[in-house]
Ligand binder design. Structure first.
Ligand SMILES: *Cc1c(COP(=O)(O)O)cnc(C)c1O
Length: 365
């Protein structure tokens, strides 16, 4: 926590406004919208809920297809299945680890020839780095497919002068406990489309019609963020820049301390924007380094230091084994050789020094 969170939470207690919705939620939405440069924002109980509503309002339904980045967390794809639709997974490009625009172009062209276009594209911005949005946005525009950006991991990143998550038809963010800022749990849906956000707001609040009694003309959800958690979010938003700086400092430390090792590479920073380095990710070439990523992970684990493999791509997950994929070798390789190092904003130089020492000892360098 940054410090101001308790002040805002105290306001909710002082006003006895502990219900969902309320003045903290309104303020959090306004401040978040201003921070990312989105006209409309809706605070929700999770990033997953935000993606579910975005897909629903994009018209995704039973039998539809949605194209999704394969290298991601399962929450990018699960809401497609909630709606009875099928995800098809698109491989990454090496320069950003995010969706390869050329593969998306090929997938859309093939579907246009069959007159079976997907309902939406879910574009993930992984590990604090923006995907190459412009060509993907142009493709979605050309084929009339809704672009939904999963920026759950990319708050604080930039794409040119813009924030990833604000260029597509809809964007989602997460304030889960592991993200760069947190409300313990929560999410945000943003869009340029005010009607869409209004409709999402209604659906997220059990779809009440304007009437003195409880009147319902469509199926609703209980997806709104509580006023107390929004108060935490307001405090967190004020330390976002500091958090990004801390994450980038971690990355720079690791690169200075390990960058000389042959066969150990860092996740590239794509030229179109600034990454937050939410997580510092490395890839290992065992032939050059002498050990594989699993040896490094286990050596760290033996010292009670947690590191995790890069996301296992969705096209390799048992739950999605019947889904199509377009390419997949790049993401599979990043999973095979990739490792996320400890990256918390509160890591000290002593912590980082200890982590680096374990890695250097493991590789014998
Ligand atoms: C965390 C995450 C989500 C889900 O957000 P929640 O708030 O945890 O529901 C979605 N997509 C990606 C890429 C994530 O990392």
């Amino acid at each position: 926590m940054g410090g101001l969170e308790q002040t805002f939470v105290a306001e909710t207690f002082a006003s006895n406004w502990i219900a969902p919705l309320g003045p903290q939620v309104d303020a959090f939405e306004a401040e978040f919208a201003a921070a990312v440069g989105a006209p409309y924002a809706l605070a929700l109980s999770s990033g997953t809920a935000a993606l579910h509503l975005a897909l629903l309002l994009a018209g995704v339904g039973p039998g539809d297809e949605v194209l999704v980045s394969t290298l991601t967390f399962s929450a990018s794809a699960n809401p497609v299945v909630y709606l009875g639709a099928r995800p098809t997974f698109i491989d990454s490009e090496r320069i950003s680890w995010n969706m390869d625009p050329d593969l998306l172009a090929a997938a859309l062209a093939a579907r246009a020839r069959r007159s079976r276009l997907p309902k939406a594209v879910v574009l993930v911005h992984l590990y604090g780095q923006s995907a190459n949005i412009a060509p993907i946005q142009a493709l979605c525009g050309r084929y009339g497919v809704r672009l939904i950006e999963d920026a759950a991991e990319a708050l604080g990143a930039s794409y040119g002068a813009r924030a990833p998550g604000t260029l597509g038809w809809a964007g989602i963010f997460s304030f889960n406990g592991n993200k760069i800022i947190t409300t313990s749990g929560g999410g945000m849906l943003v869009s340029n489309d005010g009607d869409m956000i209004r409709h999402a707001r209604k659906l997220a609040t059990q779809a009440r019609e304007p009437a003195p009694h409880y009147e319902h003309a469509e199926i609703g959800y209980n997806y709104r963020l509580s006023n107390v958690l929004a108060a935490i979010g307001r405090g967190q938003l004020r330390v976002l820049d500091e958090r990004v700086a801390a994450r980038r400092r971690n990355f720079d430390f690791y690169r200075r301390a390990l960058g000389d090792l042959p066969g150990l590479e860092f996740m590239p920073e794509a030229p179109w924007g600034r990454a937050t380095r939410w997580l510092t990710c490395i890839t290992v070439q065992p032939e050059l380094l002498g050990v594989d990523r699993e040896a490094i992970r286990l050596a760290l684990e033996a010292e009670d230091i947690e590191a995790r493999p890069v996301w296992k791509p969705m096209h390799l997950q048992p739950v999605f084994q019947d889904c199509e994929s377009v390419g997949g070798a790049v993401a599979a390789d990043l999973f095979e050789r990739g490792l996320c190092l400890p990256s918390g904003s509160s890591l000290t130089e002593a912590d980082l020094t200890r982590i680096v020492a374990v890695i250097r000892r493991t590789v014998g360098g």
